[in-house]
Design a protein around this ligand. Structure first.
Ligand code: C2E
Ligand code: CA
Ligand code: CA
Length: 365
């Protein structure tokens, strides 16, 4: 059992509380565990039942700080760390969190500057029609080119952009790059469709549709050559909203693709209600084709479902000829991955287009 003396509880914010307790050193963790247990107890209200969860950040006197201000700040830093976690959400302050926080703040400041200075652009990864080996499209992927020449991957800066509320600006700049590039390919006689990733946060921008229309108008790209990719997770979280926002664009010919398909754990009913033209099978299933005995069946199931619904299919992360052959035999429409090409900067993509020869084994059959 744990006993605390001089226990004070105060509310700091809408959903944030401070607990000040005098607890024997070795029992602090047990104290937090009991607090968590208490929060988790179901609350019966209005005939229903509520269950709360909480994250805990703790700082110790005098080890972590001598003053109340310091302790409170450090507890908040620990809390931030705890909130990031999905399990083990009782976290004690540690000086390394300070360093991580400083690094994060520096990165955020640099991100803002980079956006001002136009350091963000798109690279393009070809999409190949499996049956003929033609390049029929490309996906635009955002890249951050730092002044020193370093290239930062979207896994790092997309979350920052979302957190800072700047994803809409970043998204528009990538979309415009992509539309202008595709319009140029078209002027050179190649009708390559261009796919652009859309973060669900961009739907919060009331002018999202206007931004897409402006990019199309300014670049002169026909709407039919633009495809927007939305992850399955984002799509099923609010299908009506996706449908409502996409309707005016789809009616102009813009196509909609469901990205990372198979990772969103959505049920069949919600999927069939979504207004999608293209299903992109997540690369984890393609990677697992040779190693996981269930993977071929999952891929076949997705392909069969897409065929029934009249949707085109894109396999992501195709790295080997064996994977490409399997997908071709199962009537997957399009392949994308290192087997064909990594994402390329615009000039290199132009060279790729000119020198691309369809893999010869396509015609052997
Ligand atoms: P995604 O949309 O699933 O993009 C595919 C990712 O797989 C890309 O990573 C691509 O470089 C990588 N990839 C392609 N072929 C292969 C392959 O054969 N093997 C392997 N192992 N990987 C392959 P990247 O460029 O780092 O992008 C990561 C994610 O960041 C994207 O995943 C997308 O969700 C997001 N993202 C990228 N650009 C944008 C953007 O402009 N806006 C938004 N909202 N998200 C973006
Ligand atoms: Ca994508
Ligand atoms: Ca994907």
């Amino acid at each position: 059992s744990v006993s605390a003396e001089g226990l004070f509880v105060g509310r700091l914010g809408a959903d944030q509380f401070a607990v000040l307790a005098q607890v024997e050193g070795a029992q602090v963790d047990a104290f937090l565990a009991r607090a968590e247990e208490a929060v988790r107890q179901p609350i019966h209200a209005g005939g229903g039942q509520l269950q709360l969860t909480a994250a805990f950040g703790a700082a110790r006197f005098p080890d972590d700080g001598a003053g109340s201000q310091d302790l409170l700040k450090q507890a908040e830093i620990a809390l931030k760390e705890a909130k990031r976690r999905s399990a083990d959400r009782r976290v004690f302050f540690h000086p390394r969190f300070l360093e991580a926080q400083r690094r994060q703040q520096r990165l955020e400041a640099e991100f803002r500057e980079g956006l001002e200075r136009g350091e963000f652009g798109a690279v393009f990864q070809p999409k190949v029609r499996l049956e003929t080996g033609e390049v029929v499209g490309a996906e635009a992927l955002a890249r951050w080119r730092r002044p020193g020449g370093d290239i930062v991957s979207p896994g790092v800066f997309i979350p920052i952009a979302e957190e800072l509320g700047l994803i809409s600006r970043l998204g528009v700049s990538v979309m415009r790059d992509a539309c202008f590039a595709a319009a140029r390919w078209r002027a050179e006689g190649r009708s390559c469709r261009i796919a652009v990733n859309v973060s669900p946060h961009q739907f919060d921008d009331p002018d999202f549709v206007g931004q897409v229309e402006t990019a199309l108008r300014d670049s002169g790209l026909p709407a039919e050559l633009l495809e927007l990719e939305i992850t399955e997770t984002a799509a099923v979280s609010d299908p009506e909203r996706v449908a409502r926002i996409m309707w005016p664009l789809r009616s102009q010919g813009v196509r909609l693709a469901i990205d990372d398909f198979g990772t969103g754990h959505s049920n069949l009913t919600s999927i069939t209600r979504l207004p999608f033209d293209v299903i992109k099978i997540d690369q984890q299933f393609i990677r697992a084709l040779a190693s996981d005995p269930h993977a071929p069946a999952i891929v076949e199931m997705i392909l069969a479902m897409a065929e029934t619904m009249g949707q085109e299919t894109v396999a992501e992360g195709v790295e080997t000829r064996e994977q490409a052959d399997f997908l071709l035999r199962r009537n997957c429409t399009i392949g994308q991955g290192y087997h064909y090409s990594p994402p390329l900067p615009p000039e290199e993509f132009d060279v790729f287009l000119r020198s691309w020869r369809a893999p010869s084994h396509r015609f052997a059959a």
